[in-house]
Write a protein that binds this ligand. Structure first.
Ligand code: ATP
Ligand code: CA
Ligand code: CA
Length: 410
């Protein structure tokens, strides 16, 4: 946060970054229309297109109120191909990215990245470090290979890599899928790594209206874990195993599983409590009062194909409850009290490769703490600990006693 309360990134006002990247993306997508669809070539992963945006406008660019800037689009043809794999039409991508102001997420990580959410809830734009941007560029061919073989994955889906340059500062940005629907109340949110070292939400985080908790908090809140139907459990774990193998092959670590939990039973209780408080209030009023914009993405077909949590894990099982006021695609689950949950999840923050990692003191300390001193094995150690934690501590198969009469338990 800069002087005067305005959010800044590298001393550039966030509102200026948002507006400028929308102009840049609009120009980039527009420019693609003249390039016919064709097979991907190796060089498509390496191309970078640069456009100048003078404030007074130019032959190809509109006039604008922001500072003059340059906009770089990395691998435009390759990313068009990725978007196509997920059924995203150029016009739809343009609409999502550029037709309405972006919303800044208030809840970013410690690294100082800024996150923007598109107004239709589909995409997230994250600022990344120079190293991370470079790494994504190198990763693209291998990432493409994986997507082509397996579009159903919990790995982040990248739809664009850009660089906004202004006053000799570089702001690198990736566009990816948004995992957490903002139209539904998430009663709890976790960023899980499978580590216990310093994995507790800070006091400031806990005071936020929708905090992101960590591993130790999860173990405290869900001592018995979260329960899934056997089929769903195996599908989820299998998908994570497959994804972690890819991450390990790229020597990637420090990624997290982001888990948003919507508690259907709690939502129902909240709803009836709100009704009791004000007998005249109907659902619409309640929605307004709780600040939810329920018209946004509910029951609308998501733009990004195979992208909901349920689709990502390739589970065959039927969703247990089709709820009217909840977006489709959450993974049905139960907590230890038998309450019905919907999980929204995916793997995030994968652009840290061990090879590129800065050797910070914290890193060494955590390495020793985690008992992994043989550093060459770190990515595989990270992956197996991650999977172990998810498969044993976080997610459990529903025991048969809970399955048939969940409400009688406890
Ligand atoms: P650090 O490196 O310090 O962990 P970061 O700046 O790299 O932080 P991330 O770990 O990528 O940030 O994400 C921080 C938070 O932003 C997550 O805990 C989550 O709340 C939110 N977030 C990140 N990616 C997504 C996504 N694809 N969909 C929804 N929310 C996301
Ligand atoms: Ca992170
Ligand atoms: Ca990070």
């Amino acid at each position: 946060v800069g002087e005067g309360g305005e959010i800044t990134y590298k001393k550039i006002q966030s509102s200026q970054i948002m507006g400028s990247i929308q102009l840049g993306i609009q120009h980039a997508i527009g420019g693609l229309a003249s390039k016919p669809e064709r097979d991907l070539l190796m060089q498509d992963f390496m191309t970078v297109e640069t456009t100048n945006f003078p404030s007074e406008g130019s032959n190809h660019t509109p006039a604008h109120h922001y500072s003059e800037f340059k906009f770089k689009t990395y691998a435009p043809i390759a990313f068009r191909y990725f978007r196509d794999l997920f059924g995203i039409q150029p016009d739809d991508f343009l609409m999502s990215m550029c037709s309405a102001p972006l919303r800044e997420l208030s809840n970013p990580g410690a690294s100082g990245s800024i996150f923007y959410l598109t107004n239709d809830d589909e995409f997230i734009i994250k600022t990344v470090q120079h190293k991370e941007g470079e790494f994504l560029q190198k990763l693209l061919p291998g990432y493409y290979l994986n997507l082509d073989q397996n579009p159903r994955t919990l790995l982040p889906k990248f739809f664009g890599l850009y660089c906004y340059q202004c006053n000799s500062k570089n702001v690198r940005l990736v566009a990816m899928n948004n995992l957490l629907p903002s139209s539904v109340k998430l009663h709890q949110k976790y960023d899980l790594k499978g580590s216990t070292y310093k994995r507790k939400a800070s006091k400031t985080e806990r005071q936020k209206s929708s905090p992101t908790y960590k591993d130790l908090d999860f173990m405290e809140h869900h001592t018995e874990g979260i329960f899934l139907e056997a089929d769903t459990y195996s599908a989820l774990i299998k998908t994570m195993q497959r994804d972690c193998r890819v991450l390990e092959s790229f020597k990637i670590m420090d990624y997290s599983l982001l888990v948003g939990i919507h508690n259907l039973d709690e939502a129902q209780r909240e709803k009836s409590e709100a009704r009791q408080r004000d007998s005249q209030s109907d659902d619409e009023d309640y929605n307004k009062k709780s600040g939810l914009n329920r018209t946004r993405s509910i029951n609308r077909h998501r733009l990004v194909a195979h992208s909901t949590a349920m689709e990502s894990i390739q589970a065959e099982s039927e969703p247990i409850d089709e709820e009217e006021d909840v977006p489709p695609g959450g993974i049905p689950a139960r907590n230890a009290r038998g309450e019905r949950l919907l999980l929204f999840l995916g793997i995030i923050d994968i652009l840290q490769s061990y090879r590129l990692r800065k050797k910070l003191e914290h890193t060494w300390k955590s390495m020793i703490h985690d008992g992994d001193t043989v550093s060459v094995h770190r990515p595989s150690f990270y992956a197996s600990r991650f999977l172990d934690f998810m498969g044993k501590t976080v997610f459990k198969k529903i025991p048969s006693s809970l399955k048939h009469s969940p409400s009688k338990r406890k």
